[in-house]
Write a protein that binds this ligand. Sequence first.
Ligand code: NAD
Length: 513
Amino acid sequence: AEKFGIKQALKDLGIKDINEGTSTGAEFFGSGEIIESYSPVDGSLIGKVKTTSKEDYEKVMTAATEGFKSWKTMPAPLRGEIVRKFNEELRRLKEPLGKLVSYEMGKSYQEGLGEVQEMIDICDFAVGLSRQLHGLTMHSERPGHRMYEQYHPLGVVGIISAFNFPVAVWSWNTALAWVCGDACVWKGSEKTPITSVACQKIAARVFEENNVPAGISCLVTGDYKVGEMMTTDNRIPLISATGSTRMGRIVASKVAERLGNSLLELGGNNAIIVTPDADIKMTVIGAVFGAVGTAGQRCTSTRRLIIHESIYDKVKDAIVAAYKQLSIGNPLDENNHMGPLIDKDAVKNYQNALTKVVEEGGNIIVEGGVLEGEGFESGCYVKPAIAEAKNSYEIVQHETFAPVLYMMKYSGNIEDAMELQNGVKQGLSSAIMTNNLREAEYFLSVNGSDCGIANVNIGTSGAEIGGAFGGEKDTGGGRESGSDAWKVYMRRQTNTINYTTELPLSQGIKFDL
Ligand code: NAD
């Protein structure tokens, strides 16, 4: 940690006392049980955070509800100005925050910096958006009437996020929710509590300096029990939850029970179709980065490769050769391509998947295994593996959050590949590698990919903030980040104004008195 400047990064981020917990602003600290955060990079303790007790939670909700009252009346462009100032801090702190993300979560330093860059980008987007929260005007069917719609702030937004994007997902939600006039209560992952504290501190400082109520940005800490305080809370009209499909089902039903809204960003099972017209070099880069980047722990990671039989061996050999060149180790060392998994449970899931695929008849073509010895003391480093498998295998149907890639053949035409690609429960990201216009257009057509993200000659992994992000089926149907995803953070109101002295009814209904 010392060698890679983690102590300095924590200092730069204003985290002095590792026993510190935090909730709203800097006002008070959590008083619940303590969670310890160990780095998967070297196994050492980064810090301890006090979790949010029921009493703490009530204080947080009071602060958020109170904060919302004044925040919602501030003109949206002025709220955008606060987000702009927050963004300046992110730009200043990009390196230490990126480093902390890498150290606490285990992704490469480059990807840690990339995550902070996403925060910066979404803030830029949100600042512009703060002057564009517009609705439509419509022609009324009644004479002398004007009809239009407007968007008002929604209230307190609850954000529950996963460990694998410990900072970006928060900002995708908060940057938009803030300009929309909402207060945010965030429960980050219990696996990455220190990065959550770091983010909260940045926001709290900016808000304090600008005389904005601290409750606009609140942090609660803990596991699903704290999450449940939020999902069952009537004071939170929208829960935005990112994580496993298992979690999403529970959250969706709890929120639906009280008729709240939920925005769900859940698991993926993403495939790249490689057709006879694919550029093999691009395919190899897209597939290998997609499968091993972030050690296969992205919701958009490439899990399946669906390759036409005529080029199957060629593609397989090229990818196997590329895997031989991968170096695995400390993600803060930029010579390494892949870092560790988040924890030892994730290592077990990875091992189980490899056992299961063989039991079901799969053929391992790139051996996996847990790495041991110097540099791998945390026990979280594994070798990326490839298995030839059938789409129908239970393990292939399941999202294993690890660098395990399943390779399969298709014969016939693009329709056959499409059937395999869509033949899973999840519907997040998808890609086709082809220079054939007909195949590419079919893939994007109504009969093509059923996913929220469909790429041509790009892998499945990663996305830009400008588009709406999310997926269908077991991925939960939510969309966040760019395009018009902001609308979910506001309530829409239709207004009709009569400027005559008559009161005609709609649909020509007569009601004379
Ligand atoms: P997880 O489901 O274990 O946890 C996610 C969050 O949900 C955590 O904060 C956790 O404490 C909370 N949680 C769990 N059960 C809850 C409950 N009953 N009520 C309220 N909150 C609860 O997921 P993880 O292991 O942290 O992350 C990996 C998963 O996240 C993968 O499935 C991945 O695909 C998915 N993911 C999806 C997206 C997306 O945008 N679609 C993005 C990132 C991650």
